[in-house]
Design a protein around this ligand. Structure first.
Ligand SMILES: NC(=O)c1ccc[n+]([C@@H]2O[C@H](COP(=O)([O-])OP(=O)(O)OC[C@H]3O[C@@H](n4cnc5c(N)ncnc54)[C@H](O)[C@@H]3O)[C@@H](O)[C@H]2O)c1
Length: 431
């Protein structure tokens, strides 16, 4: 808990910022939440929640007395010693992380307050950014702001539990006292605290995401080989996962990793390496395997349907993973545009992402439920493994569909159940 009368500031109230703010409030802190998006701040002031994240609305409701919302940076710096930044760092066209939002915050700092502050970076930023910010602060003769890197590892869909029960807390700082003040915010969490230099903290975040993405591309390549030789990747992964040196996480074959973090962070790390003169060959392959994996579904459809021109294909699930409405870099978007490019009609249903999908996937007929989405369809592709898809209404689907093919892009369905209902089933890497 921060000291009495002191609040914690959060700049950038998106998936990470809002979860961070809410969890810090849940831990007993007062938090001042700032975002440049006035509509978002208005919605939060009125008790609304701009994103879908399980348990978040309830936790905000519970802690609303400790959370205030503003669009003014002055409000944050007048009340808070510790200020987190969780603005977005999307990819640029080169694949480097776009730091314009981070530097928009840094350049707004002069004259904000003469009190001492700690600026804590929660956004994922390339190695060297902390150093650049320190130089920029010195250039602007700002001597009252210390800088701490505190990368975030939460996963959308289980963000609250991930934030409150982290595997580790990474604190990168130049001044130990500043780092320790930030570490104190997490003192009630049972997690190892790793105090490092700022570049090391920045690298831990990228290396972690790149390693997980590598595991996914690895098992996807194994899946592709399994298809050639008649083995079952789900059993292979199980057999590998029992080995403690390997572990069972992130060994699920499917249509590739997606979302707002892995694709951009893997590409950004490749760029960081390249910009410093090192060609990161392994990551180049990880990215390429992932791109091809999304497209393999199109070939699977063609194998059964022939040409896709004028065929109707239904996508079940649009969000990049279950339990979120986030569509950033979702596999569904790539798949939908490939299918539209092949001349197919594309229909889709997602339990929560439909309002956001209207903007993100153009040309797709968005439906209110599974049954209306499969009406007159030639094939279903399961894209996101939402719980409600675990037991599809197969008998009714069969009556409504034109042809009876299910491509299970997440190896989520029970093949025996699907086949018993009269469908042709094909998963990923399952013979
Ligand atoms: N989403 C995740 O699962 C996740 C997990 C770990 C780390 N991260 C990292 O955290 C950062 C934030 O990700 P996100 O998914 O929460 O992004 P987001 O797009 O959901 O939220 C970013 C927020 O920052 C606001 N913003 C932009 N510029 C601003 C400015 N100058 N002042 C104030 N607010 C501003 C935007 O309006 C938006 O509300 C990224 O660097 C991301 O890589 C994300």
């Amino acid at each position: 808990m921060s000291k009495a009368g002191d609040s914690i500031g959060i700049i950038g109230i998106g998936y990470v910022g809002l979860v961070t703010a809410t969890c810090l409030a849940e831990l007993g802190n007062n938090v001042v939440c700032m975002d440049i998006d006035a509509e978002k701040i208005d919605l939060l002031r009125q008790g609304g929640v701009p994103i879908y994240e399980p348990g978040l609305a309830e936790l905000i409701g519970k802690n609303k007395g400790r959370m205030t919302f503003t669009t003014a940076l002055e409000d944050v710096f007048s009340r808070c010693e510790i200020v987190f930044t969780a603005v977005d760092t999307p990819p640029t066209f080169t694949g480097d992380a776009d730091l314009s939002r981070v530097f928009a915050v840094v350049s707004a700092l002069p004259g904000l307050s003469s009190n001492r502050h700690i600026l804590v970076m929660k956004s994922t930023v390339p190695v060297g950014t902390g150093m650049k910010i320190s130089i920029e602060l010195a250039r602007q003769e700002i001597n009252n702001i210390d800088y701490v890197s505190n990368p975030e590892f939460l996963r959308e869909g289980s963000a609250i539990s991930d934030f409150l029960n982290p595997d580790r807390i990474v604190i990168g700082s130049r001044e130990a006292a500043a780092g320790q003040k930030v570490a104190a915010l997490y003192q009630h969490m049972r997690a190892p605290v790793l105090e490092t230099s700022i570049p090391t903290a920045e690298m831990i975040k990228y290396a972690s995401n790149a390693f997980l993405a590598t595991k996914i591309s690895f098992i996807n390549e194994i899946a592709n080989v399994c298809e050639e030789i008649g083995a079952d990747v789900t059993e292979v992964a199980k057999g590998m996962g029992y080995d403690k040196r390997i572990g069972s996480h992130f060994l699920k074959a499917g249509i590739g990793f997606s979302g707002s973090c892995f694709p951009k962070d893997v590409t950004a790390l490749k760029q960081i390496a390249g910009n410093s003169g090192y060609h990161f060959q392994l990551l180049t392959a990880v990215i390429e395997v992932n791109e091809l994996q999304k497209r393999r579904v199109v070939n699977k459809l063609k194998k059964y349907l022939g040409t896709l021109t004028d065929k109707t294909i239904t996508l079940l699930g649009l969000a990049f993973k279950p339990n979120t409405n986030d569509l950033r870099e979702a596999s569904s978007i790539v798949l939908a545009s490939r299918l539209l490019g092949e001349g197919a009609y594309v229909k889709a249903y997602d339990p929560v992402a439909i309002p956001d999908a209207a903007r993100a996937v153009r040309g797709v007929l968005l439906c209110d439920d599974t049954l209306s989405a499969v009406e007159d369809s030639d094939a279903v592709v399961l894209v996101t493994e939402w719980d409600e898809f675990a037991h599809l209404p197969l008998a009714e689907m069969k009556q409504r569909m034109h042809q009876h093919l299910i491509i299970d892009g997440r190896n989520f369905l029970d093949p025996a159940e699907v086949k018993a209902a009269g469908f042709t089933y094909e998963g990923i890497g399952r013979s």
